[in-house]
Design a protein around this ligand. Structure first.
Ligand SMILES: Nc1ncnc2c1ncn2[C@@H]1O[C@H](COP(=O)(O)OP(=O)(O)OP(=O)(O)O)[C@@H](O)[C@H]1O
Ligand SMILES: [Mg+2]
Length: 380
């Protein structure tokens, strides 16, 4: 039988815990043409949520485009990748698809590629890379709105890992041109997401950047405890397991309801108890020990490279109950014998660069919940 918990890949369908409220809010934004910028710490479930929402939007008649910029490394790559996603909006016979693509994107050369028997054909694009870029980008950035207008429908376009654009668009030409078109489209909602918070903030919260104040900011939090608890219980029960309420509680305590780490712990728990098919609080702590064992090399290495002040701060944070604690307050500094606020500030900068800590809604939190638990467990 297949393990009912997934981690490290997008959670879809029955693997997805509902997030009904967030989905409804995003659906309402899409319906009204509102553009949205989604922020969250790493692995909170942005991609999983948006793909579920796009499915829903499609079933309600919206045109939907999803582009992940993670693997895009150049402007040329971006043009081909976005055009390829736009081409997927076209239906009908190959000839008519090509005809309308040539008309919409006259500076690109569409090519039909047979992917496999099952996947069918896809359209890919080539273009003269020496040609003037601006007119080509004009066509590209208007294409979705044009298709939507012609069909009398609304559209939603998602750019995932949008912060990556800065890597190859250093001068900001693409960003500027994008904004100048997108702001005119009343029938398209543009959604931008990214997991590198400081880079996303740079794009959307700096006055001198084109996308300053472009859309509504949406901070995606954890999955609410009761919803996540119900999901865990259901997934265990559906596969013939018994799990006590206190064990579900313990899972969520250990993982602090972090979507990714919760799924990871549940995955291990399910595997470990597949003979007995009964899960107790004790099993949860055994599963956590297994995580520590698996990760011990990585955790040791991480610890090893950190200066003393950073370690002291991590120990203090790992022991702290209040996630929104003011770490520069004299109370916190004294309680944990951390010395001056400026030395703690330096430690924080280092820990953020190393992606060990991240800033979110007013506080600092561990990126890796299990590293936090490990420190709590091991540090003296
Ligand atoms: N709604 C959900 N229900 C169940 N599990 C979820 C949900 N959302 C996220 N997860 C868990 O979190 C993991 C990460 O999800 P996802 O890749 O969607 O997050 P992300 O925020 O896009 O991550 P990244 O910061 O790496 O882009 C999934 O593999 C899954 O284990
Ligand atoms: Mg993602």
């Amino acid at each position: 039988m297949e393990n009912p918990f997934v981690y490290g890949k997008v959670a879809r369908g029955e693997f997805f815990a509902d997030r009904e409220e967030e989905s409804q809010e995003l659906m309402a934004d899409i319906a009204s043409g509102q553009s949205v910028i989604i922020f969250s710490p790493r692995r909170y479930g942005k991609t999983s949520l948006i793909l579920e929402v796009l499915d829903r939007a499609k079933s309600e008649g919206f045109l939907a485009v999803y582009l992940d910029l993670f693997k895009v490394t150049s402007e040329e790559g971006f043009i081909s990748a976005y055009a390829k996603e736009i081409a997927k909006l076209q239906s009908g016979g190959v000839r008519s698809v090509l005809r309308s693509l040539r008309e919409l994107l006259p500076r690109l050369i569409p090519k039909v590629v047979l992917k496999s028997e099952k996947a069918g054909v896809e359209v890919e694009f080539e273009f003269d890379t020496r040609s003037e870029r601006a007119p080509l980008l004009d066509d590209l950035f208007d294409a979705v709105a044009t298709i939507a207008t012609r069909r009398g429908r609304r559209a939603v376009v998602v750019f995932d890992e949008f912060q990556e654009i800065a890597d190859w668009d250093g001068a900001g030409n693409v960003e500027r041109q994008m904004r100048s078109h997108f702001q005119l489209h009343q029938n398209v909602s543009y959604i931008f997401m990214g997991s590198k918070r400081h880079l996303m903030q740079g794009i959307f919260q700096s006055k001198n950047r084109p996308f300053y104040r472009f859309g509504k900011h949406f901070a995606l939090g954890k999955i609410p405890r009761d919803e996540f608890g119900a999901f865990i219980l259901k997934r265990f029960e559906e596969t013939g397991f018994q799990i006590s309420e206190s064990a579900v509680d313990e899972i969520l305590n250990v993982t602090e309801e972090h979507p990714y780490y919760t799924q990871l712990l549940c995955h291990i728990l399910w595997d470990r108890t597949r003979e007995a098919r009964t899960v107790t609080v004790h099993d949860v702590s055994l599963a956590l020990q297994e995580v520590f064992l698996r990760e011990s090399h990585a955790f040791h290495d991480m610890w090893d490279m950190l200066p003393l002040k950073a370690r002291q701060l991590l120990v203090a944070l790992a022991r702290e109950e209040n996630p929104q604690v003011q770490i520069y307050s004299s109370d916190f500094l004294q309680r944990h014998a951390l010395g001056s606020a400026s030395s703690v500030q330096r430690a924080v900068s280092r820990l953020i660069i190393e992606e060990i800590l991240e800033k979110f809604v007013g506080g600092y939190q561990f990126t890796d919940i299990f590293f936090k638990q490990w420190i709590r467990n091991e540090a003296i």
